[in-house]
Design a protein around this ligand. Structure first.
Ligand SMILES: [Zn+2]
Length: 323
């Protein structure tokens, strides 16, 4: 049972002429009602016996890999992930994220039997989608800061030196590999995939993702919820790390340097993020995080004001424009 995105599914399918598939699921919608309808159709179809013996394969970007996780979890079938772009870590994490009434919710976990890294397939995707992969690693910069802040207040998962060291190491390695990532070379793609593998394993072990996810992700969720827009995940996260690093007073220059050198799109005009929507979601971040039961970060301990909005907007507006 293949859960795939277009592109590249039809060109991959054309090369699998002799392979018989139990089901081909077009992955485009992470709304839980849609996903449940997909599972219902599979398990009540004439091929239900084959479904009950099949392997679920996710092939594509985040939506394909997340859809495959959900289908594997609901049908209890083994999972193989084939990321075809390196824009998100979804192929390497076990948490199953869905959307319920427009909000991201995690419903369970599933560990893939295998993650296939097909370098030529990945490198054939648009370069910007692969460069966007820096986002979910760069988020260690703001995530770690939030975690330390919340630890000092004693309100969170206990600080763990091993996880913190992993986050810091990944940031150093990211900076060292940044030209390879910008060039989308074999080494650049391998680095991103390997970093995701380590992040995914660490999150599964810890049972939380504080070292790599913080207020940059929460701002992005708030923005997507408020506007209904869904920019490329790694691009909006790259934007948000630059903005939130400024709010945190946490070396925003480093975040900007990495984004610039990676050639990742993160300028607000490239992502169609308006200053008004940015400001509303930043000023409302504490309220949003509380309402959604998210981890505590800078917005909980600092009252974000118009001054923070101005300063953060100045940082992201000065990022280079990209095609
Ligand atoms: Zn992410």
């Amino acid at each position: 049972m293949v859960c795939a995105n277009e592109p590249p599914w039809s060109s991959v399918r054309a090369r699998l002429a002799d392979v018989s598939l139990v089901a081909e699921i077009d992955a485009w919608d992470m709304d839980v009602a849609h996903l449940d309808a997909v599972v219902e159709r599979l398990t009540t179809s004439a091929d239900a016996d084959e479904v009950a013996a099949a392997t679920v394969v996710g092939l594509g970007g985040g939506t394909a890999l997340d859809t495959a996780k959900y289908v594997a979890w609901r049908t209890g079938r083994p999972l193989v992930q084939v990321p075809t772009i390196t824009s998100v870590d979804a192929g390497f994490t076990d948490a199953i994220g869905i959307r319920d009434l427009g909000k991201v919710r995690y419903v369970g976990t599933v560990v893939p039997e295998l993650v296939v890294l097909d370098l030529p397939l990945i490198r054939s995707a648009p370069a910007r989608l692969n460069r966007a992969g820096v986002g979910d690693i760069l988020s260690c910069h703001t995530g770690l800061f939030d975690w330390r802040l919340a630890t000092e207040q004693g309100t969170t998962h206990q600080w763990h030196t091993g996880l913190a060291t992993l986050g810091a190491t990944l940031l150093d390695e990211l900076e060292a590999a940044i030209d390879e990532i910008a060039a989308v070379s074999d080494d650049g793609v391998r680095f991103l995939a390997d970093a995701y593998r380590r992040i995914g394993a660490a999150c599964a072990w810890a049972g939380h993702s504080r070292f790599e996810e913080g207020s940059e992700h929460f701002w992005a969720y708030a923005y997507e919820h408020a506007t209904g827009a869904h920019p490329v995940h790694g691009e909006i996260i790259s934007f948000a790390v630059c903005a939130l690093a400024q709010v945190q007073g946490n070396d925003p220059e480093r975040a900007r340097r990495i984004v610039e050198r990676a050639h990742v799109r993160a300028h607000p005009d490239d992502l169609a993020i308006s200053r008004t929507a940015f400001a509303e979601c930043l000023l409302g971040l504490r309220e949003y995080a509380r309402r959604e039961g998210l981890d505590q970060g800078v917005a909980e301990f600092t009252t974000i004001t118009d001054r923070h909005v101005d300063e953060a907007w100045a940082v992201v507006s000065s990022l280079p424009r990209r095609d």
